[in-house]
Ligand binder design. Structure first.
Ligand code: ADP
Ligand code: MG
Length: 352
């Protein structure tokens, strides 16, 4: 055995950062969440070459104060959480203070920001350890723009894979953005992509509407929205699920891909068991007309704060929910009543 020694700090930083920023979708998700946490009502995501050359997220949020320029990109530095017990009361998307520091380790990061009461904007550049390298005055309306160039350039394997599969990564990113565009009411979110010499195309856009239903119309169009109906499910211990699902006679074509979105108190999450409940129930009750369709579901789980843990993975998409099986059983029963009233009295016990 050779001597046991600590790994140098730079290497640790790079190793851990690859676990926070998993892919293009996570990178954009982190930046959009920061804009929402900053109280933005207008968020623009600008991509170049599907995000492989440049990801830029610009907002009209509170901006960054000069005394925070240095700490902005340092690992575990956050303005949102001070100690572990704060997690109980947390209302922001972020709290781990890892996203910007990880992005610095994996790409070239620059920031332009101006606070609401700031006289002018400032451009900040950072090195790969998250150290502030330069500041320069620049014109900007209040808010913040974070630019991430050449994502994963410092993780050779992932960089290659990302470039090889850039369109697949981009498709995943659009699904992530759609989730935020749907749930963020009263926030205008727009995403554009610029490829080669072609004109910039708008790929996701909402208008800052105050309701989920209007956001569904702007994200998916009125034909999809017309095929949905509202659903409210009472679950165990004060939990509820509310949102929209396909009508019994409607659905989404297979080519449109999955349109199953779950949120936990307004935070987009992965809930594979929930997706399975929706698709299996739909499939088991589908008529000839919907046999080739997939269900659409946009559902927000409203749970008491003490009944879940979102701090399972750095991207916070995985969750531990108390009473998950009971909650999903209640969802399954409600979907059965909606989609096939005559079968609603059958006992259901296949949610695992
Ligand atoms: P976290 O969101 O977990 O705090 P981040 O690394 O994402 O960690 O961000 C670090 C800090 O930088 C945030 O706590 C916030 O104070 C500040 N910040 C990041 N993005 C923005 C933004 N768009 N507008 C204002 N402040 C921001
Ligand atoms: Mg954050």
């Amino acid at each position: 055995m050779t001597a046991i020694k600590p790994i140098d700090r730079g290497s640790v930083h790079r190793i851990c950062s690859g676990q926070v920023i998993l892919d293009l979708g996570t990178a954009v998700k982190e930046l959009v969440e920061n804009s929402l946490d900053a109280g933005a009502t207008n968020i623009e995501v600008r991509l170049k070459e599907y995000g492989s050359e440049l990801i830029e997220v610009a907002d009209n949020g509170c901006g960054i104060r000069p005394d925070n320029y240095q700490a902005l990109t340092l690992k575990y530095h956050t303005s949102k959480l001070r100690c572990f017990t704060d997690l109980q009361e947390l209302s922001t998307f972020g709290f781990r203070g890892e996203a910007l520091s990880s992005l610095c380790a994996l790409a070239d990061v620059s920031v332009v920001t101006r606070t609401t009461d700031g006289a002018a904007g400032v451009r900040l550049t950072y090195d790969h350890a998250g150290k502030l390298m330069g500041t320069a005055a620049t014109a900007r309306a209040p808010g913040t723009t974070v630019a991430v160039r050449e994502l994963f350039k410092h993780l050779p394997v992932r960089f290659k894979e990302f470039r090889r599969n850039v369109k697949r990564e981009y498709a995943k990113l659009l699904a992530v953005l759609q989730a935020y565009a749907l749930i963020a009411t009263s926030v205008r979110i727009i995403c554009t992509n610029h490829v080669g010499r072609a004109a910039r195309t708008t790929v996701v856009s909402t208008q800052g509407s105050p309701t989920l239903r209007e956001n569904i119309v702007t994200v998916f169009g009125s034909r999809v929205a017309d095929g949905l109906e509202p659903l409210i499910v009472e679950g165990p211990s004060g939990a509820t699920i509310s949102g929209y699902v396909s009508k019994a006679t409607a659905g989404s074509s297979k080519s449109a891909g999955d349109r199953l979105f779950f949120f936990l108190n307004g935070r987009p999450i992965d809930l594979p068991k929930g997706s399975r409940v929706v698709t299996d129930t739909y499939r088991s009750l589908s008529s000839a007309a919907t046999a080739h369709c997939r269900p659409v579901a946009i559902l927000d789980l409203q749970l008491p704060r003490h009944s879940y843990d979102i701090n399972v993975t750095p991207d916070k998409r995985k969750t531990f929910l108390h009473h998950e099986d009971e909650l999903l059983n209640a969802l399954q029963k409600a979907l059965q009543e909606l989609w096939e009233p005559s079968r609603s009295t059958f006992a259901i016990n296949n949610v695992v």
